[in-house]
Design a protein around this ligand. Structure first.
Ligand code: IVH
Length: 682
């Protein structure tokens, strides 16, 4: 009986733990949140509730017992001297009052006593810990799981608002790294032009920029920091008794503290501060998602201490996820490279969470039906983790004019006029003209040149658009036949850029087979799947002849992918494309022999790259080192074997010289790679 009762709860707990650890990993390790903070918090709260009711089911690996993230592997792991805690959340005034009641009960204080707090804005960025020894910044780390983080010292040194030296011998400070909205928007615009995936929000952009193995990239991202606390040794000459004094001292030491904090006299004033900043925060140039409320008196903080998860003396008041009301002006349909019709809401521009929103996701036609959203309706849009906001519901349906029509799924493609159809078992509708629909052609070409595919630098969406409109290209093969004169007919192309474009196209011919296979755009075959396929079929001929059974016997490849691959090779047009690519000398075979024999030559060797290399980019150099079995790290230490110094090498070069580490010039490095490759081939 008891067992049965528990087993249902046990299953729920197990499922919640799995969901939370998946989302933790997506959020912290991959900077790629799949659900909103509010949805995450709801799952977390549900788990907490169940665990509270059934304490015998709490395990050490539960997300409630840990603080957040797993860490990435590339950076050196560092143990934090003092653990970085997380915060409990409050989403209502009632929760703030109960936070104070708990404090009073814990400290056995009379109910009517007033407690002083400091209210600070909760910056929506990445938590960091900075360690200063003998006045110098010696370590900067991410929070990681709270006990161990990643050593990102070199990257943090590029953040202008973090001092490299302070006028105190020892201090450890904590704070938040963030990317101002203006920098974020500019970065995403650049990424869009370069066909790179966009960052979902400034927080993810800050995270992605901090976890760069090349600190020059971090420097270019113009990150900023707010420091909100410090830990000083007990024997320090500084006498600090309140959090307010702590912030003042940090400021005097040269740290950037957020100017909008306020010391308040009681919990009512905390509520006033939270209400006041709910709208005021939108005029700030950076993202905030709440208020952190901290007991001001440090002795009281010490007495309150910590639970396994968070301090008892602080709480995060989270603002509700933001929504805005606007008018749905149109439902625009795009047709993807696979022919799927994707609806997008076109909105009357409205301010939402610090930016202007004029488009929102409608997901698919089922969603339009479910929401019963019609052009002209007033709608509510929400900004969650996604890049573009979502339409969540229609408001004022009672005010909707009787003649406003329901949205009708188009029976012809908006781009080429061909019939649309629905595939069995799928929600999406498709354009039936896969061969000559102009939009499918454009989308396939955008994909061909994109970062994950053939990675043709300098050829982005607008160039492809013009080339297709001018009928210069229709298939990827045409790209390789473009002449100088062809490109000169396009807007904004001068002699230098034409040459660069032609070079980049030519260079892409040497991309490995795995990328070519990805670029073909076979439905469900992205870069990871292409690699799996290539492990079993290392040339296009054997792949073409593979049966569905052979394909689906590959680990990680299911029936759906196998069928899609098979279907691709039944099209005469696709076979012709492959033959022409082969004539152009594009790799349709994986050169496995050489690859596997290269590996291990640089095994165990650690490289640091600094300065600019003229013959290859840093990423390229790092890929080569890794392919030969070596490792690339961002900072020089006694464990470094080689420092490769390109043009304008900076502090890493001098550090290598100080430590007596072998420094390679670009020529020496290229020679080392060649020697390693030759040895591998023997
Ligand atoms: S205090 C033990 N103050 O919010 C005290 N945190 O879960 C811990 N955050 O990622 C943090 N602004 O980095 C504090 N003014 C602020 C903050 C702040 C943002 C972040 C923190 C952590 C999360 C807390």
């Amino acid at each position: 009986m008891t067992k049965n009762l528990f087993s249902g709860v046990e299953d729920d707990i197990k499922s919640l733990k799995e969901q939370l650890s998946y989302h933790n990993e997506q959020y912290y390790t991959h900077d790629n949140p799949q659900i909103s903070d509010a949805e995450y918090d709801a799952l977390f709260r549900k788990l907490l509730e169940l665990e509270k009711a059934f304490p015998q089911l709490v395990t050490a690996d539960s997300p409630t017992q840990k603080v957040g993230a797993k860490t990435l592997k590339e950076f050196k792991q560092v143990a934090h001297k003092n653990r970085l805690y997380s915060l409990d959340n409050a989403t209502s005034d009632g929760a703030l009052l109960s936070f104070e009641n708990k404090i009073k009960r814990f400290l056995k204080l009379p109910e009517d006593i007033q407690i002083e707090y400091v209210c600070e804005l909760k910056i929506d960025g990445i938590a960091i810990a900075l360690t200063y020894e003998n006045k110098k910044l010696i370590q900067g780390a991410t929070r990681g799981d709270g006990k161990t983080g990643e050593d990102i010292t070199e990257n943090l040194k590029t953040v202008k608002s973090i001092p490299n030296e302070v006028d105190i011998d020892f201090i450890e400070t904590r704070g938040e790294i963030f990317m101002p909205y203006s920098v974020f928007e500019k970065l995403n615009q650049e990424r869009q032009t370069a066909n790179q995936p966009l960052f979902a929000n400034p927080r993810n952009a800050a995270g992605g920029s901090l976890r760069q193995l090349d600190s020059d990239i971090t420097r270019k991202r113009s990150l900023e920091a707010f420091i909100y606390t410090g830990i000083i040794p007990e024997n320090s000459p500084l006498k600090i008794n309140t959090h307010q004094q702590m912030l003042q001292t940090l400021k005097e030491l040269g740290f950037n503290t957020n100017p909008n904090h306020r010391k308040v006299n009681n919990i009512q004033e905390v509520i006033t501060y939270c209400n006041e900043w709910e709208t005021k925060r939108h005029s700030l140039p950076y993202a905030t998602d709440g208020v952190v409320v901290k007991v001001n008196d440090l002795k009281m903080q010490k007495d309150l201490g910590f639970t396994s998860h968070s301090p008892r003396w602080a709480i995060a008041y989270k603002y509700p996820e933001e929504t805005a009301e606007t008018t749905l002006l149109d439902i625009e349909i795009n047709v993807s490279r696979t022919g799927a019709l994707n609806p997008t809401a076109v909105l009357e521009p409205v301010r939402l969470a610090g930016s202007t929103v004029s488009r929102a996701s409608l997901h698919n036609f089922d969603e339009i039906e479910r929401l019963d959203v019609r052009i002209g309706d007033r709608v509510l849009v929400k900004k969650a983790a996604e890049i573009i906001p979502k339409v969540i519901k229609v408001v004022d349906t009672d005010k909707r004019p009787a003649d406003r029509e329901k949205f009708i799924i188009p029976d012809t493609c908006p781009f080429c006029g061909s019939n649309t159809f629905k595939k069995d078992g799928e929600v999406a509708f498709y354009c039936s003209n896969s061969e000559s629909c102009i939009n499918q052609i454009k989308e396939r070409l955008y994909y061909w040149v994109s970062k994950d595919a053939m990675d043709i630098d300098g050829v982005g969406v607008s160039l492809i658009e013009q080339m297709v409109e001018k009928k210069l290209i229709e298939s990827p093969v045409d790209l390789y036949r473009l002449t100088y004169e062809d490109i000169a007919t396009l807007d904004r192309t001068g002699d230098k850029s034409i040459k660069n474009i032609l070079n980049a196209i030519e260079k892409s011919k040497s991309q490995p087979f795995s990328r070519v296979l990805t670029s073909l755009g076979i439905p469900y075959v992205g870069k990871e799947t292409a690699l799996l396929i290539i492990d079993s079929f290392n040339d296009i001929e054997s792949l073409k002849n593979a049966s569905i059974e052979e394909l689906s016997s590959i680990d990680g490849i299911g029936e759906k992918i196998a069928q899609s691959v098979k279907l691709f090779f039944t099209s005469q047009k696709n076979i012709e494309l492959i033959n022409k690519l082969s004539e152009l000398g594009i790799h349709l075979k994986e050169n496995r022999q050489t690859e596997s024999s290269y590996t291990k030559i640089l095994n165990g060797k650690t490289f640091v790259l600094t300065g600019t290399l003229s013959s290859m980019g840093r990423t390229d150099a790092a890929e080569k080192i890794k392919a030969l079995g070596g490792k690339v790290t961002s900072s020089v230490s006694k464990n470094t074997d080689f420092v490769v110094a390109g043009d304008k090498a900076g502090s890493k070069l001098s550090k290598a010289q100080d430590l007596g580490i072998k420094v390679l010039s670009e020529n020496e490095f290229v020679k080392l790679l060649q020697d390693a490759i030759e040895q591998g081939e023997q």
